[in-house]
Design a protein around this ligand. Structure first.
Ligand SMILES: NC(=O)c1ccc[n+]([C@@H]2O[C@H](COP(=O)([O-])OP(=O)(O)OC[C@H]3O[C@@H](n4cnc5c(N)ncnc54)[C@H](OP(=O)(O)O)[C@@H]3O)[C@@H](O)[C@H]2O)c1
Length: 285
C-alpha cells in the first residue's frame, strides 16, 4: 500500500479532531478540515478548510463518497472503550450506539467489495479530559468528593486527547500495518482509586469518598432503558458505561491486558495522568 499524504478530517475542531489535526500537521500530512456550513470553527495555519453540506446524519453516505473518489483509508468515529462489534457489555447499550455498529458492518462490506478501500477502527478507552469535565469519573472538585464504584480498583484504559491525536497520525503513517484492523490504544491503565490518589496528592488532602454499588447502578440503568427506550436519553447509557469501566468484574469487562501502542511506536503507559489532573483541578480544561 502506498503512503498516505493527504487527510480529510470531519469534526476537525472537536475534542479529538483538533489534536488530531495538530499531530497530522506535525507528521507532514496535508490536512483538509471538512466543516459544516454553520460552523464557526477556526483552524491552524496550513489547514485547508472546506465547507460541506452534510445532507444526512447517515455516515454511510460519507463512506460511499470516499469509495467513489478513491479514498484509501477510513477511520470511523468509533473511539469506544471496548470492541462493541464483538458484543456489547450490556444489551441495553445498543440503542445509543446502534448507528456506530451499523457503520462498522457497512465499512467491512465496502472494503470487501473494493480492496483498495481500507479502514482502521480505534479503541481509545476512556477519554480522560471528557470523563473529568462531564463528571463521568464521579470526581467532584467543588465538593472535594468522589463516588467510587465497589472497590475502586478495577483497571481500565484511559487516553488523553493529545495522545489520541498522535495515535491517529501514527496509524496513517503505517497504512500497511494498520489496514482493516481494530486497534486498542491507551495513554495508560488507571483505576478510580489510582486517579483519586493522584488528585489527593495534588490537592494536598483527602477527599470524601461515597461508595457506590455497581450492581445497583447497573440494574437501575437497565430498568430505565427497558422502560423508557430512547426517551431515557443518554444518562442510563453513561451509567452502564461507568459500570462497565469502574465496577468490580462486571459483565464482559474490558480487561486491559494489551494495547497496540507498540505497533504505533508508543510505549505502554506512555503518559502520566498527573499533568491532566493538575490542569483539571486548576480549571484549565
Ligand atoms: N471513549 C470515550 O470516553 C468517549 C467519550 C466521549 C466521546 N467519545 C466518542 O468520540 C468521538 C468524537 O467525539 P468528540 O468529543 O471529539 O466530538 P466533539 O468535540 O463533539 O466534535 C464534534 C465536531 O464535529 C463537528 N460536528 C458536530 N456535529 C456534526 C454533524 N452533525 N455533522 C458533521 N460534523 C459535526 C463539529 O465541527 P464543525 O463545527 O467544525 O463542523 C464539532 O467540532 C465520538 O464518536 C464520540 O462518541 C468517546
Amino acid at each position: 500500500m502506498s503512503a498516505i499524504k493527504t487527510v480529510s478530517v470531519i469534526g476537525a475542531s472537536g475534542n479529538i479532531g483538533a489534536p488530531t489535526v495538530q499531530a497530522l500537521l506535525e507528521s507532514g500530512f496535508q490536512v483538509t478540515a471538512l466543516t459544516r456550513e454553520c460552523s464557526t470553527s477556526t483552524f491552524p495555519p496550513g489547514v485547508n478548510v472546506k465547507s460541506v453540506v452534510f445532507a444526512s446524519l447517515d455516515s454511510r453516505l460519507i463512506v460511499d463518497a470516499c469509495v467513489a473518489v478513491g479514498v484509501k483509508r477510513f477511520i470511523p468515529s468509533e473511539f469506544g472503550v471496548a470492541d462493541y462489534k464483538s458484543g456489547l457489555p450490556y444489551p441495553e447499550m445498543a440503542g445509543a450506539i446502534q448507528g456506530k455498529l451499523d457503520l462498522l458492518d457497512y465499512l467491512q462490506s465496502k472494503s470487501d467489495a473494493n480492496p483498495a478501500f481500507t479502514w482502521t477502527r480505534i479503541c481509545t478507552g476512556l477519554f480522560l479530559e471528557w470523563a473529568l469535565t462531564v463528571g463521568h469519573l464521579r470526581f467532584d472538585k467543588a465538593a472535594h468528593a468522589a463516588g467510587i464504584f465497589d472497590s475502586g480498583d478495577e483497571p481500565f484504559h484511559v487516553s488523553s486527547y493529545p495522545f489520541i491525536g498522535k495515535a491517529m497520525a501514527a496509524v496513517l503513517s503505517r497504512p500497511k500495518e494498520t489496514a482493516n484492523r481494530y486497534l486498542v490504544i491507551a495513554s495508560f491503565t488507571a483505576s478510580q482509586n489510582k486517579l483519586l490518589h493522584v488528585i489527593e496528592e495534588l490537592y494536598g488532602q483527602s477527599w470524601t469518598v461515597e461508595h457506590l454499588s455497581g450492581t445497583e447502578i447497573r440494574k437501575a440503568a437497565e430498568k430505565e432503558t427497558r422502560e423508557k427506550g430512547r426517551d431515557a436519553g443518554i444518562r442510563p447509557y453513561q451509567d452502564l458505561l461507568a459500570c462497565f469501566l469502574y465496577a468490580d468484574g462486571m459483565g464482559a469487562h474490558a480487561k486491559p491486558q494489551y494495547t497496540d501502542n507498540k505497533l504505533l511506536g508508543f510505549e505502554e503507559d506512555v503518559e502520566d495522568p498527573k499533568e491532566t489532573l493538575r490542569e483539571w483541578l486548576a480549571g484549565r480544561i
